[in-house]
Design a protein around this ligand. Sequence first.
Ligand SMILES: CC(C)(COP(=O)(O)OP(=O)(O)OC[C@H]1O[C@@H](n2cnc3c(N)ncnc32)[C@H](O)[C@@H]1OP(=O)(O)O)[C@@H](O)C(=O)NCCC(=O)NCCS
Length: 178
Amino acid sequence: MAEAIEPPERPGPDGGASAGEPRRVADSVSLLVRWMSITDANSGGFIHGGTVMRLVDEAAGLAAIKHSGRRVVTAGIDRMTFNTPVFVGELLRCTASVNSVWRTSMEVGVRVEAENPFTGETRHTSTAYLTMVALEDGRPAPAPELIAESEDEKRRRREAELRRANRLAERDQILGGR
Ligand SMILES: CC(C)(COP(=O)(O)OP(=O)(O)OC[C@H]1O[C@@H](n2cnc3c(N)ncnc32)[C@H](O)[C@@H]1OP(=O)(O)O)[C@@H](O)C(=O)NCCC(=O)NCCS
């Protein structure tokens, strides 16, 4: 069986898991690029939404691993747009950055762009917001605080807080109405 790399152990002073030092947004920005082929397309010649979602999930996972230094799982996707179709032969570029960190969970935003390699023309095709949870021994474990430096990073953190508040409020409203 192939061997996989393991995250380092990070015990805290009380014997529990340690969150680790605060980290800057820029420390975990991640880029995944893939060339779209015929096997990624549906019978209409457009790239499957599921192909794009898989790459988005991988890019978000990578950013969350780099931020937390731990294994992570996807807990949910708050939103994902598909603005324009993607075609066979284009490069799909997913840029992921951590927008906000709570205790064990993180919102990661992913911007997807398609590039025509002949012309260099680039389109913004999707945006997605995913919640990733850091794990240790299979259980949620604390993630380091996030240092948002630029105005854009601070705005993304505010917007992530709003999405989380809306999600929790919606859940309470739905449960309250049952
Ligand atoms: C995500 C998961 C680890 C949460 O475990 P849990 O026992 O419910 O743990 P908790 O209730 O302590 O929640 C842990 C964190 O996840 C967040 N969370 C849990 N479910 C969530 C959801 N559906 N959406 C967003 N956040 C969620 C909680 O708000 C909490 O965040 P916080 O610690 O920052 O406050 C667990 O539900 C799981 O393993 N799900 C399957 C994940 C998976 O298989 N993904 C696909 C493959 S990667």
